[in-house]
Every structure is written in structure tokens, then in C-alpha cells.
Design a protein around this ligand. Structure first.
Ligand SMILES: [Mg+2]
Length: 450
């Protein structure tokens, strides 16, 4: 049995050699596919007419380096230190790799190995002249977003109805109505996370549409295996009088999920739950579909395009409204290098103390998606009945961080299941760990950090 040498705590992190794990499957099948996708993308980008010879030649060198990476994974080669690309974080990566000791693609801590791949790809691009700002995942992000047309149009319509309802809900006696809308919008943001491109590499249009839309969301409610929505609502009610109520959203994926996140942010502002919302994006392309700064403008570019979204009735009302939140500074974007490190969030207190302080000062931190959840819980193989608070480590008890995780389950870790009887029932309903891995189950986990 492998043990995590990168941490001294008692619960070990999942390794890619773990039998029957999503980690193992990922290393063996998903990683080579993802890297092949980047090679194909560069090939296409370089074949475009106006690309000059020098740039084309450089793209071929990058493709060769990526093929090497892919082969290394397929042949289970050892992970080697990253070569310098002039960025200050390389040393940290190599130190971390040295601390793990000998490891190979099919026998390494999953969290480190997967993060390392994206930094490796970025190192290759950073070292180039013509491709350093190129996003090898952009075309995948864009094309998947366009396929979400039906759900985007449906949610635009629903949101404009909610805006009308909100005026009613601001009346004190309508608190219950406001709570129901809060539940609905929280679940929209939750299930928006079901479409994660690094995890659903072979998604068909039908699969995608089955994951989206209001009907799908309502049907999925019973699959929320840890649901703390009532606790979040109670916290928001209790603290509504605070003068500054800044919500921080640590984003996951661009495209449809990001659209649902911006709607959620707008909802929190429109209802007065939040006074401002800060969106945390990644500094470079990460886990295929994570939101980077250019993806923010790309969202609006697509939403405003009648070619991408031809049914304009509600979008033409909604999009200027969303734009205004950004223009006025009610919604802002920010980024921190910590989000693109291999460290779990347990290490935030020591490695990114300023960021930790910002999260302590936040009214509510919302963590989106699977990778953030893995990092929150140190990607540890905790017993599933472990409380969310305990698995949060230094971000849990007495941390002062109010943290809500919205995550569809797509890896090997899941905590916060209230009883062993419920774990047993889930194992019977979705055997072989399917309820932790297949993206059809989810958690809405909340901790107040008291
Ligand atoms: Mg992601």
C-alpha cells in the first residue's frame, strides 16, 4: 500500500496505483487522451493560413514535447523535475516532487501528478516565443459551451422570472419564497459543475443535455448525499445585518458552469444576500476547462452572439444586466498563484497566508467543483462518515472561514455522509464507488469555521 509521504497526517492521500480508484483509471486512460487533445489542437491552430513559418515550426516542437509527455505516461515513466521556464514557482514544484520521493505516473499521489501535468504543459508553452499566451484548451471550452444552448436559453428565461419574483421576495413575509429561490440557484450552480471537460472527455450532445436544464436539476436533488443548504441559509439569515457581505467564489469550469456561477453571483447581489462577489480564476489553463481571465470575456462574447445563442428574447435582457455587475465592480475577478499549485488547501495557512487571511475576512467562500473539493479535503481517503469540518483540516474548526463546497462527485474522496447506514445504502444503490465517481451524486457541504 502506498503512503503519502508528502503529508504527515494520518489519512493518506489517494495514489494513482490505488486499485479500483478513479485515480488509477485517470492515469491510465484519461491523461493520455487529454494530452492528445492538446497535440491535436496545436496541429489545427498551426495549420491556419495566416500562421507564419517560424510559429508553425515552433508548434511542431511543442507537439513533439507533448508527445513525449504522453508517451512517458503511457509507459509509466518516473516523474522528473520541471525544467526552468523563468517563473518563480518551478522550484516549489521540484521541491515537492523531491519530497514525494521516487514515483511514476502510475504510482504517484493523484493530486500532485495531475496538477504537475498542467504545469508541465504550461512550462513547454512558456518556453516558446509564439505560443506562450496560447490556451490549448480554449477551442474545447468554446465548442462545449455552444452545445449547452438549450440549457443556457432556459436558464436565461428562468433568471429573468426570478428577477421579477425577487421584488416580491424582498418583502419580509416572503422569506420562505426567497429561501426556495436560494435553494434553486444553489442547485443550478451545483449541477452546472456536472459538465467538467477534464472528466467527461467523451461527452455526447445528448449526455450533455441530460445533465443540464431545470428538470434534470430537480430530478437530481435526491442525489445530494450531504446537503447543508439549511445551515447555509440559517447563517445568511443570522448575519444579514452585517454591512459588508463579500462572497468569494473559487471557480471551477468555464462555459456552462461559469454561466451558472455568474447567474448565482447575480442572484446573491439582486436579493441583497451579498454586497459584492469576487470570482477567483486560474492564472493559466488548468484541468482543461477551468476559468482563466480571458474566459470571462469569452463568456460574454458567446452570450452576446446570436450565432451561438439564436433565441435572444431573454438573453438580450439578461446579458446587459450581468455586464453591469462587472462594470460597476459589484462582481470582480481575481487570481492567486496558489490556485495553480499542487498543494491541498490544508497548506494554505503556511504557503499562502495572505490568501488565507482574505478568505477569513470573506462573508462566504464558495468552492466550486471536484478539484477544489479534493484540495479542501487533502484528496484523502477519509471514511465517508468523517465530518466535512474535520476533513477541512486547518480550514475547518476555528479557522474563521465560512466555506460552502458545491461539488458533483467525480473522484475518490467524499466526506460528510451523516451515517454509516447511509453509506451502506449508497454502496448498494451505486456499487463499486460509483456514487463517489460518476458525477451523478453531489455534496452541498458547509462549515462556519467556528
Ligand atoms: Mg475543472
Amino acid at each position: 500500500m502506498p503512503s503519502a509521504t508528502m503529508n504527515t497526517e494520518e489519512v493518506r492521500a489517494v495514489w494513482t496505483s490505488e486499485k479500483g480508484s478513479m485515480a488509477k483509471d485517470t492515469a491510465e486512460t484519461r491523461w493520455p487522451k487529454i494530452i492528445q487533445g492538446t497535440i491535436d489542437d496545436l496541429g489545427k491552430a498551426a495549420a491556419v493560413e495566416d500562421v507564419d513559418e517560424q510559429k508553425r515550426a515552433e508548434s511542431i516542437a511543442i507537439q513533439i514535447a507533448l508527445k513525449d509527455l504522453k508517451q512517458g505516461i503511457e509507459q509509466n515513466k518516473p516523474l522528473t523535475p520541471l525544467r526552468d521556464d523563468g517563473k518563480p514557482d518551478i522550484q516549489q514544484w521540484n521541491k515537492q516532487l523531491a519530497a514525494i520521493g521516487e514515483c511514476s505516473w502510475n504510482h504517484c499521489p493523484w493530486l500532485f501528478g495531475e496538477c504537475y501535468i498542467y504545469r508541465f504543459i504550461q512550462r513547454i508553452l512558456n518556453s516558446s516565443k509564439h505560443w506562450r499566451n496560447y490556451d490549448v484548451f480554449k477551442s474545447q471550452k468554446d465548442s462545449t459551451f455552444i452545445k449547452s444552448r438549450a440549457a443556457v436559453e432556459e436558464l436565461a428565461c428562468r433568471y429573468m422570472q426570478i428577477v421579477a419574483d425577487t421584488h416580491v421576495a424582498q418583502n419580509e413575509s416572503k422569506e420562505e419564497a426567497k429561501k426556495l429561490l436560494f435553494i434553486e440557484m444553489t442547485e443550478v450552480a451545483l449541477w452546472g459543475n456536472a459538465t467538467d471537460l477534464s472528466l467527461l472527455a467523451n461527452l455526447t450532445l445528448e449526455d450533455l443535455q441530460n445533465l443540464q436544464g431545470r428538470d434534470a436539476i430537480q430530478k437530481s436533488q435526491r442525489n445530494i448525499v450531504d446537503n447543508d443548504t439549511d445551515d447555509v441559509w440559517a447563517y445568511l439569515q443570522r448575519t444579514a445585518g452585517q454591512s459588508s457581505r463579500q462572497v468569494d467564489i473559487i471557480l471551477d469550469n468555464a462555459g456552462f458552469e461559469f454561466f451558472t456561477d455568474v447567474l448565482y453571483a447575480a442572484f446573491l447581489l439582486d436579493t441583497g444576500i451579498a454586497t459584492s462577489v469576487r470570482l477567483h480564476v486560474k492564472e493559466f489553463p488548468w484541468f482543461v476547462s477551468d476559468v482563466t481571465l480571458p474566459d470571462v470575456e469569452s463568456l460574454f462574447y458567446h452570450l452576446e452572439s446570436s450565432k451561438c445563442f439564436p433565441r435572444r428574447e431573454y438573453l438580450d435582457q439578461l446579458v446587459p444586466r450581468l455586464r453591469e455587475f462587472f462594470r460597476s465592480g459589484a462582481i470582480t475577478t481575481t487570481s492567486d498563484p496558489f490556485w495553480t499549485t499542487p498543494y491541498s488547501f490544508h497548506e494554505m495557512t503556511s504557503r499562502a497566508p495572505a490568501l488565507f487571511k482574505e478568505l477569513q475576512d470573506s462573508y462566504l467562500v464558495i468552492s466550486k467543483g471536484d478539484l477544489n473539493y479534493r484540495k479542501l479535503t487533502r484528496d484523502g481517503l477519509w471514511p465517508h462518515t468523517t465530518t466535512y469540518e474535520e476533513a477541512l483540516g486547518s480550514l475547518g474548526r476555528q479557522s474563521g472561514v465560512k466555506i460552502l463546497a458545491l461539488r458533483t462527485n467525480k473522484s475518490d474522496v467524499c466526506v460528510g455522509i451523516p451515517t454509516q447506514a447511509k453509506v451502506d445504502a449508497l454502496n448498494e444503490e451505486a456499487p463499486g464507488g460509483a456514487w463517489i465517481q460518476n458525477g451523478k451524486y453531489a455534496v452541498i457541504s458547509f462549515n462556519e469555521g467556528q
